[in-house]
Write a protein that binds this ligand. Structure first.
Ligand code: PRP
Ligand code: ORO
Length: 229
């Protein structure tokens, strides 16, 4: 595997040091028990937020995507998209000073300015969605529907982590091969979707940073649930 860029290594290290990427036994939304868990809600300290926003900004900067607005789905996407927008403006002000951000409310506001979008108006704008992870794709489908309803054009999605795992089988038989939620979303909407880190990156990058037993259990999990895409 090719060597991870330094900013991705730094991001991984700060996620481990900040106890955001944890190893142990965790129940997922899918019902699976995972030996690792990434909680983007835990980037709540200035240094950690700086680390994740730098990783988003440098990842976004490396992508062949044209966009006007960074959109963060409520709730965890909101600080991520906002911080990524600030960081883009800092890493290259000439290029990114005019990038805008917006986010949705989970429930529409019926007084004051009303509506369920806060921040830059989306009409006619190219929108890049920034969020933490894709598990089932449900939250991203809802975000896409809200953006399109406002007249925005979704240009792509960037998440912090691609777990690279197959969707749970409808018949409950997890031994069959299958696609990932990320892969299905890509196909369904014909959208570019990128991650700062994949599970492969994590397994490669944690060597020497976490215990051998945690690495082994994470490798076994990858083997068992690896998606076909
Ligand atoms: O459904 P998916 O697109 O696969 O994404 C899974 C999302 O679910 C969680 O957020 P949730 O919608 O529960 O809201 P929260 O950000 O308020 O925790 C999680 O933070 C992901 O963003
Ligand atoms: O699948 C999940 O529920 C899930 C996994 C993960 O690593 N992080 C997260 O926030 N959710």
């Amino acid at each position: 595997m090719s060597e991870l860029p330094q900013y991705k290594k730094d991001f991984l290290k700060s996620a481990i040091d900040g106890n955001i990427l944890k190893f142990g036994s965790f129940l997922l939304k899918s019902g699976r028990t995972s030996p690792y868990f990434f909680n983007a809600g835990d980037f709540y300290r200035a240094d950690l937020l700086n680390s994740i926003s730098t990783a988003y900004a440098l990842t976004i900067d490396s992508l062949p995507i044209q966009y006007d607005i960074i959109f963060g789905p409520a709730y965890k996407g909101i600080p991520l998209a906002t911080a990524a927008t600030i960081k883009l403006g800092q890493i290259n002000p000439d290029k990114y000073a005019s990038v805008e951000y917006s986010f949705d409310r989970k429930e529409a506001k019926d007084h004051g300015e009303g509506g369920n979008i806060v921040g830059a108006p989306l009409k006619g704008k190219r929108v890049l969605i920034v969020d933490d992870v894709i598990t089932a794709g449900t939250a991203k489908r809802e975000a896409i529907a809200k953006i399109e309803k406002e007249g925005g054009i979704v240009a792509g999605i960037v998440v912090a982590l691609d777990r690279m795992e197959k969707l749970p089988a409808k018949d409950g038989d997890d031994s069959k091969p299958g696609p990932s939620a990320l892969g299905e979303l890509k196909k369904e909407y014909n959208l570019p979707i990128y991650a700062i880190l994949t599970l492969d990156d994590i397994i490669e990058g944690i060597k020497g940073l976490v215990g051998e037993e945690d690495i082994k259990r994470t490798e076994e999990y990858r083997e068992k649930y690896k998606a076909t895409d």
